[in-house]
Design a protein around this ligand. Structure first.
Ligand code: MG
Length: 381
């Protein structure tokens, strides 16, 4: 059966974009730059495996960037991009995929539509498929004598990644042209005489290079449709010696009653996230009648809701939980709760808020019969 591997090149050493680390490990929005591409390819149904090439001494940065994701071990790159790609392709030889998509980690905004066009060209028989965009700006070349010479832009295009290839042919091409320095894999393909097909690129698929590119990319990432939804939950106190709230176990003279671990905070948040994508509520996904969820830890519910957001190509941007109870006291556990939610949702902690209030003795929470939680989640689709 035909298989397609994704090879993400993330071995650059350049720190000129700022931030004190090579740019592929610098944070862009919620994640390090590299992780956007890893996530993009992992979510694509036609990609059979995702491999990353990193530079010497970058293993720790890499591990932090892909924390929580199961990937094959990273491949050690070389001094130049071309050598890194060649080493990556050689490492894939054992898998011998039918096709390989080679992508620069510096392009975090590639899309599944872009990938699909490359894959369609490969499936139609192309040996190489390269996304291209036309050049709109007027071009001038700076000459040695300090003048600006007009360059006709007619027919000029910019080559982007991911560039797709028949695996055996591009491996062979890289091995045969290891000594000729070029800037992308299309050039290698041409040197080896591969038949190259151009596909439509995307203006938004920018290559993050300079400091200002991070700002532009962050704006583009946040530019989807923003949706905000709420969730609410309440549980009754019963005999016991601890409660679970927002994924944290808190010693208390009572426990909360419920089919699962009765974590009202995570239940409210799960409902808020499901609400933002119109995916029903927690009871539909995890019916209390289902024995599988008896005593279940509620992080599983939250994790499931987050995976549904990802499946739709969305991202959770922010969430806010308010716990309502007289006791236990939430303050001492607030930061642990934020950290736990951030971990489950794979968000930076600055995007997670946990608050608490009492109802000054009024109502069921005031009488200590139970506690309640409100949550709001914002996602971008
Ligand atoms: Mg509940």
């Amino acid at each position: 059966m035909a298989s397609t591997a994704a090879l993400i090149v993330a071995a650059g050493k350049g720190e000129r974009a700022g931030g004190g680390v090579p740019k592929q490990f610098r944070r862009l929005g919620a994640w390090p730059l590299l992780r956007w591409s890893v996530d993009l390819f992992l979510r694509h149904p036609s990609i059979s495996s995702v491999h990353v090439v990193v530079g010497d001494g970058q293993r720790e940065l890499y591990d932090a960037a892909v924390q929580g994701i199961t990937l094959p071990a990273p491949i050690s790159g070389g001094a130049e991009r071309q050598e890194s790609v060649r080493k990556g392709l050689e490492a894939l030889r054992a898998l011998s995929p039918t096709h390989v998509l080679i992508h620069d980690a510096a392009r975090p905004l590639a899309t599944h539509t872009l990938i699909d066009r490359v894959l369609d060209a490969l499936r139609a028989g192309a040996e190489a498929a390269i996304p291209m965009v036309s050049v709109a700006d007027t071009l001038r070349r700076r000459t040695d004598d300090g003048n600006w010479q007009l360059v006709s832009r007619v027919g000029l295009h910019r080559a982007q990644t991911p560039q797709g290839f028949r695996f055996d042919r591009i491996l062979e091409a890289h091995l045969a042209n290891a000594k000729t320095q070029v800037t992308d894999d299309m050039a290698i393909a041409e040197l080896a005489g591969l038949q190259v097909v151009a596909t439509a690129g995307e203006e938004s698929n920018l290559k993050v290079t300079a400091e200002e590119d991070f700002t532009i990319a962050e704006r583009l990432l946040a530019a989807g449709e923003s949706r905000t939804a709420m969730g609410y939950d309440a549980h009754r106190f019963a005999e016991g010696d601890h409660v679970w709230l927002c994924g944290v176990q808190i010693p208390h003279e009572k426990s909360l009653e419920g089919h699962s671990d009765a974590d009202a905070g995570l239940h409210a948040l799960t409902d808020a996230i499901l609400g933002a994508i119109g995916a029903g509520d927690i009871g539909q996904h995890f019916p209390p009648t289902d024995q599988r969820w008896r005593g279940a830890p509620s992080w599983k519910f939250l994790d499931h809701a987050a995976s549904l957001v990802r499946d739709r190509g969305g991202r959770i941007m922010h969430c806010d939980v308010t716990l309502i109870c007289e006791r236990p006291r939430i303050g001492p556990y607030r930061e642990a709760m934020r950290a736990r939610i951030a971990e489950i949702l794979d968000l930076d902690i600055s995007r997670v808020s946990v608050k608490a209030t009492t109802t000054e003795g009024m109502g069921f929470t005031g009488r200590g019969e139970g506690l309640a939680a409100h949550a709001v989640a914002t996602i971008v689709l």
